[in-house]
Unconditional design. Sequence first.
Length: 255
Amino acid sequence: MKFIKTIIGSHPKFQKPIPTDVPYLEISEFFYDTIQGEGINLGQPAAFLRVQHCTQNCWWCDTKEVWRTGNPYTMEELFEMIDKTDLVEKLKSGQHLILTGGSPLKQQKGITQFLQDFIKKYSFKPVVEVENECTLMPTEDFSRLVDIWNNSPKLKHSGNPDSLRYQPDIIRHLSKLDNAWFKFVVVQDEDWDEINVSFLQPGLIRREQIILMPLGGTREGLHRIRETVVEIAVRESVRYSSREHIELWDKKTGV
Ligand code: SF4
């Protein structure tokens, strides 16, 4: 897409060494001048910082090939790259900074450092959204920097072991944070039963925080399932979200 600007491209052709004495972030891709494609802020102009590594291994993950590769960048290197772009101006004019992965919380210490340094350097705090698979407890320092929590606990159909994907204490904690949403990837009616039994009935989350989103890493796959998911959302009086980046660009990364 011509209008989307890349700071760090996916699938690096070289491997940088891990720095030994300074903080760094392992990043898979970094781009801006696009839109948030999912969830409560669908359509919001945004920049995406995608970090490497994840706590999960969802069989249908459509970014696996991206977050499994990447490179470590020191804060200095990151700011050097940012200074060659108009990213800061775009964030000042309203683009959200979306931390995604992989698992941003796996690198929350480095991200916290990056955001604190960013605020100091540019005297400005961007609106920060985080995509969160809900398996790691956020620190207070990290939580203070996040404006919108796009939590997405994984259901059984993700193929992850229950002990790895379902962390009730963490989910309960997240649901109490400001602007916390729970975006569930749904395939069929049984998935609603699981949301009800495992999340709603034990009081881990509130109904008004729920967003249902169809599984679909391709436009064709999305179109096969979306009507079923809309039907469940309407029946259960919860929000529905499309995957607009898939609708627009199909199976393409860096958008
Ligand atoms: S949690 Fe998200 S990034 Fe990680 S494997 Fe699952 S879908 Fe992919």
